[in-house]
Design a protein around this ligand. Structure first.
Ligand code: KG4
Ligand code: ZN
Length: 350
């Protein structure tokens, strides 16, 4: 296995500063040997964007400029380190909002140049996946690394993808969403229900008081493919909402939220477990913002056929730790990027 062969894994500690600015979180973290968090700082812009009902790209980019140096300084001082003790800088290169990515990339380049340390451009999706290698400092203790082959379900605001990984940094894309990403569907339905941004956590909270079987929303299983589709489900919610509004009754928000959440979870977990039966992985890995969803986590935890890795809540949504960790495995693989590299707003993993 790659990590056992590498000289860094046999003795020397390798500390990587991870920088993430792909969307609306300005984040930096220092991670040791890709697994141990020395610090993690996140300046969330949620409150700023909430009034627009979603991320306002221009505002996001300006806010990153305002906070990035403080976030990096805080990450270093929390780790009791200076840049002199950092072995490489990993930064999100894409996918994401161009104006936001550029802020992190330019700062990373500046620091790498000034300190003459390697720069590693990281794919944000790979970051989410590699959060499964991070060892959380909690009761779970020293969890073993996920074993290959891995079936990885990546569910975030911009992506819903199913990959088969036979080894580190190797992805076979089995399928993905044909329309909305799962997180995007949560965000759009939340808006329909008058719930606040980001929609995932709001729907989860509202759903706690609701009945998941109150409404039967359509589940698109797209049999014969490993693709997903959430637009039909979203339109069905819209139709019910319009009908109720027309009748003058008040919206049963909790029941609608619970029923929608149940439909999304059924499809995500159902298709992933079906793929697991087909590909027989050693581990199912679930990552990305939507993996914070309690109903989804519970559904995966309740099945007993597979070992499932889902990151702790703090690592599900965007953070610098996952970028440092993915950067570490890229570093071991020999990746060193030129200071001329540019951001890639639509970068796919495969
Ligand atoms: O990974 P992430 O932080 O950013 C992207 O890479 O997109 O994911 C953000 C997405 C948002 O759509 C948000 O509504 C969703 O993750 N999300 C959730 C939950 N927490 C965040 N969706 C469902 N349930 C949650 N608890
Ligand atoms: Zn993300």
């Amino acid at each position: 296995m790659m990590e056992n062969k590498n000289k860094f894994e046999n003795g020397r500690l390798l500390r990587i500063l991870g920088i993430e600015t792909s969307c609306d979180e300005t984040a930096a973290a220092v991670v040791e040997n890709g697994r141990h968090i020395l610090s993690s700082e996140i300046a969330s812009q949620i409150e700023i964007h909430a009034r627009y009902g979603g991320v306002f790209p221009e505002v996001a980019s300006r806010q990153h400029v305002r906070t990035i140096y403080t976030v990096i300084d805080d990450a270093l001082s929390q780790a009791h380190l200076s840049l002199d003790n950092i072995d490489a800088i990993a930064v999100t290169r894409g996918p994401g909002l161009a104006g936001s990515l550029v802020v992190g990339m330019n700062v990373a380049k500046g620091l790498a140049l000034a300190r003459n340390i390697p720069l590693i451009g990281v794919n944000h999706l790979e970051g989410h996946i590699y959060s499964a290698w991070v060892k959380p400092d909690d009761a779970e203790g020293e969890k073993p690394d996920p074993q290959f082959p891995i079936l990885a379900l990546l569910v975030s605001g911009g992506h819903t993808e199913l990959y088969l990984m036979k080894d580190h940094l190797q992805y076979e894309r089995l399928g993905g969403t044909l329309d909305d990403a799962a997180g995007e569907a949560f965000d759009k339905v939340a808006r329909l229900l008058g719930l606040s941004y980001p929609g995932g956590p709001s729907i989860q909270e509202a759903a706690m008081e609701g009945k998941p079987k109150a409404f039967q929303f359509p589940r698109a299983y797209l049999e014969g493919t490993w693709n997903f589709s959430f637009s039909g489900m979203k339109t069905a919610v819209l139709r019910v909402v319009r009908g109720i509004e027309k009748s003058g009754r008040s919206l049963p928000v909790a029941d609608l939220a619970a029923s929608f959440q149940a439909a999304v979870v059924d499809v995500l977990a159902g298709k992933t477990l079906l793929a697991a039966r087909e590909f027989n992985p050693k581990v199912i890995l679930v990552a990305g913002g939507v993996s914070a969803n309690q109903a989804l986590r519970q559904t995966f935890m309740d099945q007993t056929d597979y070992v499932v890795h889902i990151p702790p809540l703090s690592l599900c949504t965007d953070n610098g730790v996952m970028i440092a960790t993915a950067g570490y495995f890229r570093f071991l693989n020999g990746q060193r990027d030129d200071l001329q590299i540019d951001v890639l707003p639509t970068w796919t993993l495969v």
